[in-house]
Design a protein around this ligand. Sequence first.
Ligand code: UDP
Length: 426
Amino acid sequence: MAETTRLISDRSARRIAVIAMHTSPTASLGQNANGGLNVYVREICAAFSERGIATDVFTRRGPTDPAMEFLASNSCVIYLPAGRDLDKYSLYDQVPAFANQVLGFAEREGSYDMLFSHYWLSGEVACLLRPQMPAGWAHIAHTLGLVKNRTLAEGAHAEPALRIRVEGEISRQADLLIASTGEEATDLVQGYGADPERVVVVPPGVDLSVFQPIDREEARRKIGYGPGRLLLFVGRLERLKGVEVAIRALALLRDRAHDDVRLLVLGEDSKDGDESEMERLKAIATAAAVRDRVDFLGSVAHHELPYFYSAADVCVMPSYSESFGLVGLEAQACGRPVVGSGVTGLRSVVRDEVSGYLIDSHDPATYAERIGRLLDNPELAQQMGRRGRLLAQRFSWTRTADRLEDLFDGVVERAQVRVQAGARQE
Ligand code: UDP
């Protein structure tokens, strides 16, 4: 292990410790907490690896994880034993022990130029590490508790004061805060007291070579569907994703002679206490008399998704909050129109009336009306899909990594000046 990491650092321009305590970049996507954050970490580490920047990703060890494995040639995942089955709030108590293990690793294997923390729990790990490491620190929240609490779905649990307090601490201490959208940057400054000089908007990306339009017939054959119109939902099954709105819209569409339409739901339960969102959604589909029209297909591997997007007529995203909404970007990259909620994250990806429809409510009738418009007018759907592909071409992980690399260079330089000034004072 020691030899492997030394080899990596020798070849590398920079060494970055990526803290992803909450969820692992190697976890299968669409279940529990595994979604956009995991895709982000994987893609950025792969892009950094290509340009000779080494990343060690620190995450929790699951029952079948090794001690470490490669994510890319210049990127390792280090699995640390910590709070295996705990929920995110109980995991908070494990933060000091997790931070100590990262510190021990860095002392044994070589120090880092940068800490790059993901989500509030990892941000707290970085808060503890920073005074003990001469590294710069960039943080990305992925979601913010204050923002989530503003638009909670009915019956959803509010994010606790602990999370909001920790997010505030991180926002005031990190050298650099990466926001995915301008609105998130404003929330960091106005909601959490971050210094605007340290907040930078860097949109995430999409792999356009993987997410591209595939012939509809071929895509349907591949996923085992024939003719008939298909709506698609992709994501972790939790209340904030609003899947029930899509189910109720399907029931309304069916009443209006769209009786061949099916809804494919990709993703697994994201546990919130003991409640299963999938079971709740199945009950809603049964009560709305469309259970036979909704297929719950579980998690699907990321690289298989282009077939699902390309097979679908419309991708539906009725989320109550999205800090970005990679699914909308991926659907557009595959040339499919998106009907989703007008939350800020989706607004930065989907253009209302151009590449789909954005709806400022969770009214199933409005969803049914917009979806119906696209189903009844395949030419319009195709046109919106083509425009969506063009919009998606503005985003790429290479571009995201370029921007992060530049920003990190500045942070590392400032951290070095700080360390030298500290040494002169001693
Ligand atoms: N995803 C996947 N398989 C699934 C469900 C989701 O690969 O079965 C991926 C999806 O393609 C997207 C990510 O998980 O890249 C979800 O990201 P998004 O930003 O849409 O939502 P988040 O999880 O961040 O709330």
